[in-house]
Design a binder for this molecule. Structure first.
Ligand SMILES: C[S@@+](CC[C@H](N)C(=O)[O-])C[C@H]1O[C@@H](n2cnc3c(N)ncnc32)[C@H](O)[C@@H]1O
Length: 191
């Protein structure tokens, strides 16, 4: 990987920073969904700080993170019921043990992959979700992400586009029948 993702996480500690503000939006979307135990997937989970502190007891979650230091931090913060996989989130294989999930987090993913991989990943999300399952995603700036969700049977529940920051956060619900889960399907590769 070309970027130092550990250093990238440091911005979370800067009050008022774009990343700190983005985190509050993501958590704000997540909180009402986590009103009871849920099954959750986090792709490219980083240190898991968006979801781990909010998970109700009895939840099951799979967080997939490539960097072993960040995965270790997530593991150290994880309550029981959470599996942190140090590995490639860009195939469906690590999700086999939890799919279908009620919530999928794709935060910090779409800005780091090609348009084709974004399209492929969003098209595959119905195979990872329960009926009515929800995806929370982030992306910097304008992008085709919202229309790709619409094209794949999702309804937009919320979208944040602050005028003074580049981050965008979306929340989409699957409003069609899910697809069957298939293992070993390539979704994306970080560029
Ligand atoms: C922009 S950060 C987002 C982290 C976290 N989701 C967040 O929003 O705080 C991208 C993360 O993806 C991880 N990553 C990059 N390629 C990956 C891959 N193929 N599989 C799993 N994680 C990957 C990086 O190590 C980094 O932690």
């Amino acid at each position: 990987m070309s970027r130092d993702w550990i250093k990238w996480h440091d911005e979370y500690e800067v009050p008022g920073s774009s990343l700190a503000r983005r985190l509050e939006v993501v958590r704000g979307y997540l909180r009402p969904l986590l009103d009871r135990p849920r099954r959750v997937i986090s792709m490219c989970a980083g240190d898991g700080r968006d979801v781990l502190p909010l998970l109700p007891a009895g939840s099951r979650a799979v967080l997939v993170e490539w960097d072993p230091v960040l995965a270790g931090r997530a593991r150290a913060a994880a309550p029981s019921g959470v599996t942190v996989i140090t590995g490639d989130a860009g195939t469906t294989t690590p999700y086999a043990e939890i799919a279908p999930a009620e919530i999928v987090l794709a935060c910090g993913v779409f800005g780091n992959v090609s348009y084709e991989d974004t399209r492929r990943t969003i098209a595959a999300l119905p195979s990872l979700l329960t009926p009515g399952g929800t995806v929370i995603w982030t992306r910097a700036g304008e992008s085709p992400v919202r229309s790709l969700f619409a094209d794949n049977g999702f309804t937009e529940l919320a979208y944040a586009e602050p005028t003074d920051a580049r981050f965008r956060v979306g929340m989409h619900r699957l409003d069609r029948a899910p697809d069957p889960f298939l293992g070993d399907v390539r979704l994306f590769t970080f560029v």
